[in-house]
Design a protein around this ligand. Structure first.
Ligand SMILES: Nc1ncnc2c1ncn2[C@@H]1O[C@H](COP(=O)(O)OP(=O)(O)OP(=O)(O)O)[C@@H](O)[C@H]1O
Length: 688
């Protein structure tokens, strides 16, 4: 048995109350209607003894696809087969009734009903703004809570009323935008998901087998070692990426799969491959509902049924095969040689609300006619009962992100491995990071060449001090840039993984810290290795390196907090002045701190540059380090005096080294904690 399978489902399979999925292996689309009907009756009889399945919500026969599908695309060059994944699982049907959603008093979903029958693949269609994503998100338990949103309705799984939020762990949701880690291969992406989302009792052999089966069924075996890629890293094609996104969600063996426009942006063959996979999944027992825009007739015909929304109402709810006949009966025949999908989309966009048909095959006595607005509202209200019976409730913060999770230590280990892999594989970012650091520091070294040589006759304190402050200020600026973008760049992937309970925020956050600390140490070393001898600094090499390291990690803390508070890269970049400008203003160079109004002076305690520079000045100009061994005693005394005056003038007290270090550590802890809280709070309160 594969992990994640339900004991009750296995028991039901054993006692014959459900079909042994895939055992029949009946190819879809090859039977004539009589055979189809017979197979359906058999399957239906075994699955739902004594229950009446409405016409549109028919059970489809289980089995494989791709065996005899007659399409212009021919057959796929791989066999999507999810029987092993869904083995023992009772086929799932999904039904929703009376679903109502309003925002700010505006009705978005006006009490809609629909159903995905056993083994069915259902398309959710409609023009932009019709309410497709709202319905999908509602059923997936992903609707956000807020004062101005009203949500109501009922959802049933295998005819049992469920709360979509409580049912979330059995649901997989594939977003329109692929949110995969660019440097992870297809295999690693699935392994990551399997390692963190499968029960910890799953053996590594079971996990490996599951991931391999999935890669083969998704047609990804040949490209399993290719990185997902992004704009900078060449990787998988769009269709392959989409299949990886589906695979990442399938590892949990979901009962219901929702997809938001899985074919968007794909060429027709890739779209065909994706929908064929979805059909195979449906045939294996998973209820599949996906929004889709303008499918070609080839792809539309792969769907078993369609739910078409227009202006938040159901315009069509029934089988794809019978769609033309149903519209003809409603007096709206599909013109010859017209793709029925195009026809319904045009209809939904051109008819006024009053003229809009309301065809629902699932109503036992449905009469597909154009009904008046009032009558339609009434009939829809009548189906789902009253609001008292609503099972759709808004998730609370604690419910979002909650789910089956590996222990924190395992999460941290796996996330840290992924971070390190990401660091080393993202060569352009690594080269840019170190390339720019080396270039700039060589430039600084040349500009301040020999400025710290206290034995030279042309030594002057201003140049020496300028070299030191420039070294620290540039280290601060350089360190803040990458982390400022870290969270915004990874936000979509993080939210997907967090909302599916793959991991929690704390290990994610600490995995970043684990990678960042050694990285900043190496960067600090590179900075000083270049500048120390070019400038001829006088302080202890290792102490100066540690001070640069400290100022870098504190500076990164501000950037992490800013990054955790924004939604995208652009907003993050706009936050940059907020990090840098106060640092410069509260260092005391432009206006002595005691002259800054007292009610704003406290900001100095949050600015790390001041403490970092005080430490650097003490290391570089403290004691008799400015004297110069080769200088005559008078010059030694003079230079030492100048340096002591510099320390006094800048409030750098050699007795307060511990305080400065403590303040830097305190700022580090404060801002890191702040960014962790912000990250988790925003992720918990984020819903689509
Ligand atoms: N949280 C929300 N706040 C405000 N308006 C919303 C919210 N969710 C949905 N809407 C509005 O509801 C309407 C339906 O949106 P929805 O995203 O469900 O449509 P859709 O059919 O999926 O459209 P598309 O195909 O363009 O994605 C839109 O006008 C949208 O602006």
């Amino acid at each position: 048995m594969l992990p994640g399978q339900d004991d009750a489902a296995l028991k039901a399979a054993a006692d014959g109350s459900v079909p042994a999925n895939g055992a029949a292996g009946t190819p879809v689309g090859t039977q004539d209607d009589a055979v189809n009907g017979a197979v359906e009756a058999v399957v239906e009889g075994r699955v739902r003894k004594g229950s009446v399945v409405p016409a549109g919500g028919k059970t489809e026969p289980a089995g494989n696809v791709n065996e005899d599908e007659q399409t212009v695309f021919g057959k796929l060059d791989f066999q999507p087969d999810f029987k092993a994944l869904m083995k023992g699982r009772k086929p799932t049907s999904l039904r929703w009734e009376n679903v109502y959603f309003a925002v700010g008093g505006r009705d978005i979903l006006k009490r809609v009903d629909g159903q995905v029958g056993h083994n069915q693949l259902c398309a959710l269609m409609g023009p932009s703004g019709a309410g497709k994503s709202s319905l999908l998100n509602t059923l997936a338990g992903r609707m956000s809570s807020s004062k101005n949103k009203e949500l109501d309705g009922s959802m049933y799984v295998n005819d049992e009323k469920v709360n979509p939020i409580k049912f979330r762990r059995h649901v997989a949701y594939v977003l329109q935008q692929d949110s995969l880690v660019a440097t992870a291969t297809a295999l690693e992406s699935l392994e990551f998901s399997a390692r963190l989302r499968l029960p910890q009792s799953t053996s590594s052999e079971e996990r490996t087998k599951l991931v391999e089966d999935l890669l083969k069924s998704l047609g990804l075996w040949e490209v399993k070692d290719t990185m997902c890629g992004n704009e900078m890293i060449r990787g998988l094609s769009g269709g392959e990426m989409k299949r990886v996104s589906i695979g990442v969600e399938l590892v949990t063996n979901p009962q219901v799969l929702f997809l938001d426009e899985p074919t968007s942006g794909l060429d027709s063959y890739s779209a065909f491959a994706v929908v064929t996979i979805l059909k195979a999944l449906a045939r294996s027992g998973c209820a599949v509902l996906c929004t889709i825009h303008q499918p070609s007739s080839e792809i539309f015909n792969l769907f078993d049924k369609a739910v078409v929304l227009a202006n938040g109402r159901v315009m069509y709810n029934g089988r794809v095969k019978t769609l033309p006949a149903n519209f003809e009966r409603a007096g709206l025949p599909v013109p010859p040689l017209t793709n029925p999908a195009d026809f319904v989309m045009v209809l939904s966009q051109t008819k006024s609300e009053k003229e809009m048909p309301c065809i629902d095959e699932e109503k036992p006595d449905h009469v597909p006619v154009v009904v008046s607005d009032d009558a339609r509202a009434e009939s829809s209200m009548g189906v789902g009962g009253t609001r008292d019976g609503s099972s759709i409730v808004v998730p609370t913060s604690s419910e979002i992100g909650a789910g089956r999770q590996a222990p924190l230590g395992v999460q941290l280990e796996i996330l840290t491995i992924r971070e390190f892999r990401n660091l080393f594989r993202d060569k352009p970012a690594l080269i840019a990071r170190f390339g720019i650091t080396i270039f700039l520091n060589v430039l600084f070294g040349l500009i301040f060449l020999g400025a710290g040589d206290v034995n030279a006759s042309e030594w002057n304190l201003n140049g020496h001090f300028g070299a030191l402050t420039n070294c620290f200020i540039s280290a601060l600026f350089g360190a803040a840039q990458p982390p400022l973008l870290t969270f915004p760049l990874e936000r979509v992937a993080f939210l997907r993984e967090y909302s599916t309970g793959t991991y929690s925020g704390t290990p994610y956050f600490f995995s970043k810290v684990m990678v960042e600390l050694p990285l900043y140490f190496v960067t600090s070393l590179v900075i000083l290795l270049i500048q120390y001898w070019m400038v001829q600094f006088q302080g202890n090499f290792m102490i100066l390196t540690l001070e640069i390291f400290l100022i870098q990690i504190v500076s990164a803390s501000y950037a992490f907090l800013a990054g955790a508070l924004v939604n995208n890269v652009q907003q993050a970049q706009e936050m940059a002045p907020l990090i840098f400008v106060p640092q410069l203003l509260f260092v005391g160079f432009f206006r002595p701190l005691e002259d800054i109004p007292v009610y704003i002076r406290w900001v100095q305690y949050l600015c790390s540059l001041k403490y970092g520079l005080n430490l650097a000045m003490i290391s570089e100009f403290g004691g008799d380090r400015c004297a110069g061994d080769d200088n005559p005693p008078a010059v030694q005394t003079n230079q030492t005096f100048q340096c002591q005056q510099l320390l006094i003038g800048n409030d750098a007290d050699e007795d307060l080294v511990g305080f400065y270090v403590g303040m830097l550590i305190a700022i580090f802890v404060l801002f890191r904690s702040g960014s962790l809280v912000a990250l988790i709070y925003r992720a918990k309160n984020f819903t689509t």
